[in-house]
Design a protein around this ligand. Structure first.
Ligand SMILES: [Zn+2]
Ligand SMILES: [Zn+2]
Length: 268
């Protein structure tokens, strides 16, 4: 039985459904002890409709989750967080939210790269050159080594468009795993990738992520892993067949899976 999920979205991002409270009730119904909300970061001065909520929704997000923390106190521990990109121009904003205890935690979702003037200039779901692959690695490590992130969500996201796990992929993976170990950041086995089903990528039919080759290395290093639902609807907190596949994936690779994040402290 799973005890916690720290990767939960809300309808504010524009591509998730359900009320915040429905996620809480669903989690309680499945016996979860912890529920972490980690909606796509709402960022001042940057708008990305249908990918993340507008910054004007941020205070409603904070208030709503904090109310639920109180309402369900004693039944489930609720955490308030963000899934945030490695956008260095926003690191001071992230830092402020964590140090002022507005957020309890953050998870890293390394989907894209942003320039200092807030322009997204690379999408890591569609890596087409080694330089983009190495950019993925550099940004991931930059974020991990700030110490601000508690989980690296879908760390093998770079494999979404790469047909063969070649020597560059291996190098990048090793560097990422080493950084996660050094900063005690568990690597997520992402259930959304499983829910979305297998795709034909080159000669292989597989999930975009999690991928066998990456997690073979994770296993070899004995790095910590965690299962994350990446729920975009309340009933995705426990999609039994996808979770069964995720658990089997962890067993197959003999992963060092943790079920509770002991490092986050609940605030307010
Ligand atoms: Zn999403
Ligand atoms: Zn997510």
């Amino acid at each position: 039985m799973l005890l916690a999920n720290y990767h939960t979205h809300t309808k504010r991002c524009g591509h998730a459904t359900g009320e915040d409270e429905d996620y809480v009730l669903e989690a309680i119904g499945h016996g979860f002890k912890h529920l972490g909300f980690s909606d796509h970061a709402m960022l001042p001065g940057f708008s990305e409709p249908y990918k993340r909520g507008d910054y004007t929704l941020f205070s409603d997000y904070v208030d709503s989750i904090n109310n639920l923390k109180q309402k369900y106190d004693g039944r489930i521990t609720i955490y308030l967080g963000f899934e945030a990109e490695s956008y260095p121009c926003y690191f001071p904003f992230y830092k402020e939210l964590l140090t002022n205890s507005v957020l309890d935690y953050m998870i890293l979702g390394n989907h894209s790269a942003m320039s200092e003037d807030h322009k997204v200039y690379a999408h890591f779901s569609n890596i087409t050159s080694p330089s983009q692959l190495y950019l993925y690695k550099d940004l991931a490590i930059k974020a991990i080594s700030t110490g601000m992130f508690s989980i690296f969500a879908h760390p093998d996201y770079f494999m979404s468009s790469i047909a063969n796990f070649d020597s560059d992929c291996k190098k990048v993976s090793k560097a990422i795993i080493e950084a996660c170990i050094a900063y005690d950041v568990p690597l997520e086995v992402n259930v959304a990738g499983i829910r979305h089903g297998e795709r034909q990528i080159g000669n292989n039919r597989r999930f975009l992520y999690p991928t066998d080759e990456f997690f073979k290395l994770v296993s070899k290093y004995r790095a910590k892993c965690i299962i994350g639902m990446d729920a975009h609807a309340p009933d995705q907190l426990m999609n039994e067949s996808a979770v069964y596949t995720a658990v089997r994936f962890c067993k197959k690779h003999d992963l060092n899976v943790i079920d509770i994040l002991d490092k986050i402290k609940r605030r307010r």
